[in-house]
Design a protein around this ligand. Structure first.
Ligand SMILES: Cc1ncc(COP(=O)(O)O)c(C=O)c1O
Length: 377
């Protein structure tokens, strides 16, 4: 599973002194003033003891304001927001809360590695619908065909890790129509919501008929480059939030009190900050993608996130897992074999994912190494 490969690859990166474009964490921390806000909260004794179960009021209000500001959504901060230990806990708590043993959850593959584990923890069955290159567009006929009387929910992720696909409003509307027609819930993981280069992010919960059936999830990790803080949140109707909170209560109860104060401030940052997130990453995308293409990879240019999926067949390679295990020793670069994100191993066998949330000089060094190919000649 994914966790094993991430650990294996990070250990390999250290052993071989490789440039690590494997796991998706930035190599620069988020805004200094937000870090200072967290430090101040600790020193001033705000949040050092168990914060309220649903999250501190300041953060719940900031999340509601954010949904209004960016998506014109009306969210009641008291009844419709829940603060979680990152998006990871939000996903786990939502699936455990909303699925009964034997229920099916449809997820587009390749998928973020916690999805399969959380569906299993909920006693559910995962039903993958495959996104295929070059565009990784959702196949609506395949989605329709995957729905059975046991389907409880669709687990959605747009902008999408690992492909970088951003589902269009039209695609989301069709997914929403299927959810309404079959009375399904949608759990929507939107952690890359502010990392869109082409197109725009549309929360599926904002589409007609979706408010009462969508659990929207996001997190401070990616938007503010503080992946270690583990502050995430859920927005949904009071009934759905109550269900998720009931599970969260016995997973972590509460999380990261002082960080909640800092994230409340972060969410209120000016538009210029939000615009800079995608603008900075776009420069990095536009550095890494052509470089990878020059090095012989087929590159599926991402419209969002900070990942790019490539295909290695043009390099004469047949197996991404083997390729990624050898690459650190051969050239000193770490990437992730996308097969770990698929149930259908054949679909992902020759795909390899690179993260570009790294300093430009780090990306340049990775490209120089890849262009040189074999380290020892
Ligand atoms: C699609 C997706 N969802 C959720 C997460 C985890 O978010 P958090 O760090 O807030 O738990 C990640 C992190 O890589 C992700 O890629």
């Amino acid at each position: 599973m994914g966790t094993t490969i991430f650990a294996e690859m990070s250990a390999l990166a250290l052993d071989t002194d490789s440039v690590n474009l494997g796991q998706g964490f930035p190599d620069v921390d988020g805004p200094h003033e937000i870090a200072a806000a967290a430090a101040a909260a600790i020193m001033e004794g705000r949040g050092n003891q168990y914060p309220p179960g649903p999250g501190i009021p300041e953060l719940r209000r900031a999340v509601a304001d954010h949904q209004k500001r960016f998506y014109a959504q009306d969210v009641d901060p008291d009844a419709e927001v829940l603060v979680t230990a990152g998006a990871t806990e939000a996903i786990a708590a939502a699936l455990i809360a909303l699925m009964e043993p034997g229920d099916e959850a449809i997820a587009f593959e390749p998928y973020y590695d916690s999805y399969a584990a959380c569906i299993a923890m909920a006693g559910g069955t995962r039903v993958p619908v495959t996104l295929r290159p070059p565009g990784f567009r959702p196949d609506l006929d395949a989605l329709r065909a995957a729905i059975t009387p046991r389907t409880r929910l669709i687990l959605l992720n747009s902008p999408h890790n690992p492909t970088g696909a951003v589902f269009s409003q039209a695609e989301l509307a069709q997914i929403a129509a299927l959810a309404c027609e079959h009375d399904l819930l949608v759990v929507s993981d939107e952690v890359y919501e502010h990392m869109v280069f082409d197109g725009e992010h549309v929360p599926i919960g904002s589409l007609p008929g979706m408010r009462e059936r969508t659990v929207t999830i996001s997190s401070a990790a990616k938007t503010f480059s503080f992946t270690g803080w583990k502050i995430g949140w859920v927005t949904a109707t009071p009934e759905l939030v109550t269900a998720v909170r009931t599970v969260k209560q016995f997973l972590t109860y509460v999380t990261g009190g002082p960080f909640q104060y800092a994230v409340a401030e972060a969410l209120a940052m000016p538009d210029a900050y939000y615009a800079s997130i995608a603008a900075d990453l776009r420069v990095k995308r536009d550095l890494l993608c052509p470089g990878l293409a020059e090095a012989g990879f087929e590159v599926y240019q991402p419209a969002g996130t900070f990942f790019v999926t490539t295909d290695i067949r043009g390099l004469g390679e047949k197996d991404g897992m083997e390729f990624c295990r050898e690459l650190p020793r051969r050239v000193g670069v770490v990437a992730i074999p996308s097969s770990v994100f698929y149930d259908d191993q054949e679909a992902g066998r020759t795909q390899v994912r690179f993260a570009f949330c790294k300093k430009e000089e780090v990306l340049r060094e990775a490209l120089a190494r890849l262009a040189g190919r074999d380290r020892d000649g």
